[in-house]
Design a binder for this molecule. Structure first.
Ligand SMILES: Nc1nc2c(ncn2[C@@H]2O[C@H](COP(=O)(O)OP(=O)(O)O)[C@@H](O)[C@H]2O)c(=O)[nH]1
Ligand SMILES: [Mg+2]
Length: 450
């Protein structure tokens, strides 16, 4: 449901594209759809109302920048509003003392929400950042809880402080902190006991531990699958024992974005981390901008659109689209495409904005870059006739082009094969409605003739 929010917006504005201004009427329609999508995604009703009102304010009468259509403009406004809301709880990064002192991170929350797992993930993360973390097993409710943390600590090779005979978590937390200080551990991560629901005993225990160790961060660990309940519980807890931030666990699936919005709107404390799986490395810093994009389900298409619109005239894109459609895609068109990519910050930038940056590592990216440079040299050594019709390039021309561009005949041959493949792919793209829609999204509405 949530993933389709971006698509819903584009649907509403499809019939209206070309109009120069976002009108009240099309805002109202869009807003209605967005409201439903947000409620479907389990965003708190009050948060939705507030969000919608401020979005309408922002959008009304906003002049649509020339060549950007109202849909793109409105999508951007909604995206920015979501980001603003996600940021409203405060600083999202972990705040620790400098490594010469011991910082304490206290993890709290209901049973089964991911405290113990998060403790070890956080230790793993801090260790990889050059810190010296120590885990402290302060969940004394069940012996198995200590075993669990011990197993995890071995897995990630981070030391643990535990005492199976200790009955008092407050006393243990004090001893753990002393031990950490004496042994120069710079972050003490305390795993605590949870209950099935928030109760007096749990609150009192946490309050006492907190007083005993003065944590830099008191993080409430909450399971995103709880939906609306996650919000209520976090709020109730924070009202009793003030927290500094939230760790939202089991955020593995995209559809959980609604909880993040509700939490930000209701609790007013920043989400600092999201848990995205069961493995030690499955803990991500919370980036409001990325999550906002994820909520709209569009990678960073918005900024891609912005860039494209700024740099590429519609006419250029239009001509290319026409050529694609009529099957007369030439090497000149290919070159033009390379130029467009450059204007938009290069292929690597485009991939990363689409959320595919990780697919290419930096070495691969360098290879791609040097290949593109070689291709430019090759194209630069071609005559106009060759660029229009690559089929006339036989061995003598190939040799001339290779000499002219400082490449080999094999390079030229390889480029021609690649061009042929690209041409075929581009023709397929223009035949596919879905890919066409993608292209439209990226390059504006270059009306493709049927
Ligand atoms: N998929 C997924 N599972 C998680 C995540 N965090 C914790 N879990 C699982 O949730 C269960 C309960 O976690 P645990 O750390 O023991 O919760 P605690 O009772 O609060 O300490 C375990 O099976 C974990 O592997 C997460 O971010 N994603
Ligand atoms: Mg636990």
């Amino acid at each position: 449901m949530f993933e389709s929010l971006g698509r819903k917006i584009s649907g509403i504005f499809k019939s209206l594209s070309g109009k120069g201004r976002i009108s009240e009427r099309n805002i109202e329609e869009a807003v209605e759809e967005i409201k439903i999508a947000l409620l479907d995604a389990d965003v708190n009703l009050r948060v939705v109302r507030r969000f919608i009102n401020s979005t309408i304010e922002e959008a009304k009468g906003k002049k649509v920048i020339e060549s950007v259509n109202p849909q793109q403009m409105f999508t951007k406004i909604v995206r920015d509003k979501i980001e603003e809301l996600l940021k409203s709880g405060g600083e999202t990064s972990l705040s620790l003392r400098d490594p010469s002192q011991t910082s304490v991170v206290l993890l709290m929350g209901l049973q089964g929400n991911g405290k113990t797992t998060t403790a070890s993930k956080l230790a793993f993360k801090l260790k990889s950042e050059g810190r010296r973390p120590l885990l402290l097993a302060c969940d004394l409710q069940r012996p198995a809880a200590i075993d669990q943390l011990e197993t995890l600590s071995k897995q990630i090779d981070v030391p643990i402080f535990l005492d199976r005979n200790e009955k008092d978590p407050v006393a243990l937390s004090k001893r753990g902190l002393d031990y950490a200080k004496k042994n120069l551990y710079d972050v003490l991560i305390i795993d605590t006991a949870g209950r099935l629901s928030i109760d007096e005993a749990l609150m009192n225990q946490i309050r006492e531990i907190k007083d005993a160790v003065s944590p830099c961060e008191s993080l409430f660990v909450v399971d995103s699958m709880l939906g609306q309940i996650a919000c209520d519980v976090s709020k109730a807890f924070n009202d009793n024992v003030p927290i500094t931030g939230i760790v939202l666990t089991k955020f593995d699936s995209d559809s959980r974005g609604g909880v993040a919005m509700s939490l930000a709107g209701v609790v007013g404390k920043p989400i600092k981390f999201i848990g995205t799986g069961e493995k030690p490395q499955d803990l991500d810093e919370f980036h409001p901008d990325r999550v906002a994009n994820r909520i709209l389900g569009m990678g960073d298409v918005v900024s891609l659109v912005e860039k494209a619109e700024k740099e590429i005239s519609e006419k250029e894109a239009d001509r290319l689209a026409r050529n694609l459609k009529s099957g007369t895609y030439t090497i000149s068109d290919y070159l033009q495409q390379l130029d467009m990519q450059d204007k938009m910050g290069g292929a690597g930038k485009i991939l990363s904005m689409l959320g595919m940056g990780a697919v290419l590592d930096s070495k691969k990216l360098e290879q791609v870059k040097s290949e593109l440079k070689r291709e430019r040299a090759i194209i630069g050594s071609m005559t106009a006739a060759e660029k229009e019709n690559y089929k006339i390039i036989g061995p003598p021309r190939r040799k001339r082009i290779a000499n002219g561009s400082g490449t080999t005949q094999a390079d030229v041959e390889r480029f021609i094969r690649k061009f042929e493949k690209t041409k075929m792919m581009m023709q397929k793209v223009t035949k596919s409605k879905r890919m066409q829609a993608e292209l439209e999204k990226q390059f504006g509405n270059a009306d493709l003739p049927e």
